[in-house]
Design a protein around this ligand. Structure first.
Ligand SMILES: C[S@@+](CC[C@H](N)C(=O)[O-])C[C@H]1O[C@@H](n2cnc3c(N)ncnc32)[C@H](O)[C@@H]1O
Length: 246
């Protein structure tokens, strides 16, 4: 089966856009602050942003001194937003699957990806592709949905509450069954791929990457003040972030 392009589904696109436009989403409150802390120095560097979406990070990389940024995304709708909201002469947006990055015939100093790798089926092959398009000494920094989130086959991982309605634990299953998951997210049958923590780290290490940091971010105080329910991240992580070097 070819790679799913769910972000071009209008219902999905509208739902996801509304989520990102609200100022209380987990990306802005947890994932992005943690990712920013792990960014390497980008002055004079070439950057590849995989699953770049609206291109907001591509613009940020230019502001941080990147000399050139390539933003890759499978969704024409997401790239249409990127081209109108995040255009810059140093950025090129390319509509293709990130699994085809070998076809770019280009090398980069930094590969970045925010919340897109759980859409990639074969992470072993993809890790090797990324390694081959990265310059020696270059960095890979990515976030993805945490394996605890992607695990449950019927998509029904859930919090359990005490008698006062406070979340106290989280139930998930099928952790050690890696593979495709079809979940309902705005629409039915959104395809994601579950991999164990071990699968992910081993794929990267065997491709040749040196893992420098693994982060399962929790909200900072300001984020909990803004959205107190974010304290639930202390029960289980939503995101996995990895920084690796070639
Ligand atoms: C959750 S969004 C994140 C967008 C952006 N990185 C951000 O953080 O704002 C995931 C993005 O990955 C893109 N995507 C999913 N599968 C892809 C693939 N195989 N190749 C390229 N992009 C893909 C989607 O179209 C979408 O724009």
């Amino acid at each position: 089966m070819s790679t799913q392009n769910i972000f071009d589904n209008q219902t999905f696109f509208d739902g996801y856009k509304a989520l990102r436009d609200s100022d209380c989403n987990a990306n802005d409150l947890i994932e992005q602050p943690a990712m920013r802390k792990l960014l390497p120095d980008l002055s004079g560097k070439s950057v590849l942003d995989l699953g770049c979406g609206y291109g907001h990070n591509c613009i940020d990389f230019v502001k941080r001194g990147a000399v050139g940024v390539v933003g890759v995304d499978i969704s024409e709708k997401m790239l249409a937003v990127a081209k109108s909201e995040s255009a810059d002469e140093k950025i090129r947006y390319i509509n293709m699957s990130m699994t085809d990055i070998g076809n770019l015939n280009e090398k980069f100093d930094f590969i970045y990806s925010s919340l897109a790798f759980h859409y990639v089926k074969d992470f072993v092959a993809f890790s090797k592709e990324m390694y081959s398009v990265l310059n020696p000494g270059g960095y890979l920094l990515f976030s993805q949905e945490h394996p605890i989130i992607t695990a449950t086959v019927d998509g029904k991982g859930h919090f359990n509450k005490d008698e006062n309605g406070n979340r106290i634990s989280y139930t998930f299953s099928d952790y050690n069954r890696s593979g495709e998951r079809k979940v309902h997210w705005y629409v039915d049958d959104v395809i994601k791929y579950h991999r164990t923590f071990g699968d992910i780290i081993t794929a990267l290490a065997k491709a040749g990457f040196v893992i420098e940091e693994v982060c399962e971010p929790v909200p900072e105080e300001w984020a909990i003040e803004k959205l107190p329910t974010m304290a639930k991240e202390y029960i289980k992580p939503n995101f996995l972030i990895v920084k690796a070097r070639k």
